[in-house]
Design a protein around this ligand. Structure first.
Ligand code: HEC
Ligand SMILES: [Cu+2]
Length: 483
């Protein structure tokens, strides 16, 4: 009897604590669809990473959305072109913003120059196919349908014309935000970022126009996983910019078509996550899962300057397939929050030996290949340098004083008969002197093909103010044979 009472008390306590938890969640508003809407407005649509302005009108209205499907060739990566199918001319498609309870009058136009029929399935629609059947149109046609935005939240829309996977894989997805009646709380910046994969005939980085590869899509083996439709679309000089002390809200989507995103911001913690783009709010989150065909709204305050890297933390996608966007935070340091590097010294545990950073093993094949011209070596060398050497020797080959020696105007490199081939293939350790500074560190062997070593070294000897010259694949081959 006693234990039974105790049991009831536990249940009661759980119920009470459960109640106080849900209390912090915003109340859900149920829309009365019978209620009439007042007037009408034309929706402001934006391309990523921009978001349309907050909605300020106080009552529900009819929102007219005009969206045009355009098939067009654009950049997927440097030197890589792809024929995208778009909602509004960019990938992801235009951002649409309405208010809960609004009546959305949707007009889909299929540009006359297009080759295929298309339609739209908006996950914000309550109705068959999310509007897909109602909006299916051939090139040169328009379709209209209306829906009531009953549920608040951040929703994916996509094309749902057969073969559905192919239409999505070619870039036909975007986001529609249904703001709660009372509006989202104000923040300093709102941005739109959407992940998606591309399945191309050539592998990652292969130059020229790439076709869609159906088999890779079925196997779920993408060559590209990108943020905002292309490698570098929202990073580097296209990065989003904010000031220290400002608050940021990201509307994150995942078009898929296949992969789930482990969304993470390197250097930030999400103060708030609207889980899966719905009304459940989680706090203090490091990585939030975004399903294919799903979303998340994340919020944080930028306390210190620096670059935040928005990645899919299935991390090879970020570093080897393009899944990276950046937010640059500018302003004053705050050493109470983050000090930056206070000290650095070399740490060499006993017994450490040269390791190998291995590329694809098959690339080691010594089968004779056609030698490249100087220009081709320089071009290939630049991207190979970025992939294999830049992490340590830095952007412009300047290294890091005391740890990674500079490759710029390196007397050490120029004094070697092998042009540096042995350094790349065998690694390097022990004390060396470069431009009067001593280094005693370890460079791992980097396993690359003869052709790749030749291109990197040609690049370094010329680009970084060394002694110039052309290194040939045959030089690397004969060096290997002498070993
Ligand atoms: C993981 C870090 C790392 C990577 C990656 C790396 N290096 Fe090094 N590299 C070093 C270190 C450390 C040294 C100095 C070794 C020592 O102290 O003996 C060095 C030394 C060198 C030197 C001789 C010193 C000089 O400044 O001339 C050359 C040349 C060189 N690296 C080229 C390359 C090239 C080319 C690549 C890319 C294929 C590369 N390294 C990748 C860390 C790295
Ligand atoms: Cu389509």
């Amino acid at each position: 009897m006693k234990t039974k009472n105790f049991f009831y008390i536990i249940i009661l306590l759980l119920a009470v604590s459960g109640y106080s938890c849900t209390e912090q969640q915003p109340e859900r508003t149920i829309v009365d669809a019978e209620q009439e809407v007042k007037g009408h407005v034309r929706a402001v649509l934006t391309d990523a990473p921009q978001v349309p302005p907050r909605i300020t009108n106080k009552s529900n209205t009819k929102v007219i959305v005009e969206l045009e499907v355009i098939e067009k060739q654009m950049r997927l990566a440097d030197g890589v072109e792809y024929t995208f199918w778009t909602f509004g001319g960019q990938v992801p498609g235009k951002f649409i913003r309405v208010r809960q309870g609004d009546l959305v009058e949707f007009h889909l136009h299929n540009h006359p120059d297009n080759m295929l029929p298309h339609n739209i399935d908006l996950h914000a629609v309550t109705g068959p196919g999310g509007g897909a059947e109602a909006s299916l149109i051939a090139p040169g046609k328009s379709a209209q349908f209306s829906f009531r935005a009953l549920n608040q939240g951040l929703y994916v829309y996509h094309c749902a014309t057969a073969p559905v996977g192919m239409h999505i894989a070619n870039g036909m997805y975007g986001l529609i935000l249904v703001e709660p009646l009372e509006g989202l709380p104000p923040v300093d910046h709102e941005f739109y970022v959407m992940q998606g994969e591309f399945y191309t005939s050539g592998s990652y980085g292969e130059k020229g126009h790439q076709d869609f590869d159906m088999q890779k899509a079925i196997d779920e083996h993408p060559d590209y996983v990108v943020m905002n439709g292309a490698v570098g679309a929202s990073s580097g000089e296209n990065a989003m910019m904010v000031q220290v002390g400002e608050t940021v809200r990201l509307f994150m989507g995942n078009g898929g078509p296949n992969l789930v995103s482990s969304f993470h911001a390197i250097g930030e913690i999400f103060d708030k996550v609207y889980v899966e783009g719905g009304s459940l709010i989680n706090h203090d989150v490091q990585t939030t899962l975004i399903p294919a065909g799903g979303s998340a709204i994340v919020e944080f305050k930028c306390e210190v300057p620096g670059t935040l890297h928005l990645v899919d933390h299935s991390i090879f996608r970020a570093f080897n397939k393009g899944a990276l966007a950046q937010i640059k935070v500018v302003g004053d340091e705050n050493h109470n929050v983050y000090t930056g590097k206070e000290k650095e010294e070399v740490y060499l545990p006993e017994g450490s030996a040269i390791q190998t950073i291995s590329q694809n093993k098959t690339q080691k094949s010594t089968k004779p290949i056609a030698e490249k011209s100087f220009e081709e070596r320089m071009e290939a060398g630049e991207s190979l340098y970025k992939q294999n050497c830049m992490a340590c020797h830095m952007d412009h080959g300047n290294g890091i004083a005391g740890t990674f020696p500079p490759l710029v105007n390196s007397d050490f490199l120029q004094a070697r008969d092998d042009k540096g081939i042995g350094i790349i293939l065998n690694g390097l350790q022990g004390e060396i002197t470069v431009k009067g500074t001593n280094y005693n560190n370890i460079m791992p062997a980097v396993s690359l093909s003869d052709d790749q070593v030749a291109s990197i070294l040609t690049y370094i000897h010329n680009k970084f103010e060394n002694d110039g010259g052309l290194v040939k694949a045959a030089d690397v081959d004969s060096w290997r044979k002498q070993q």
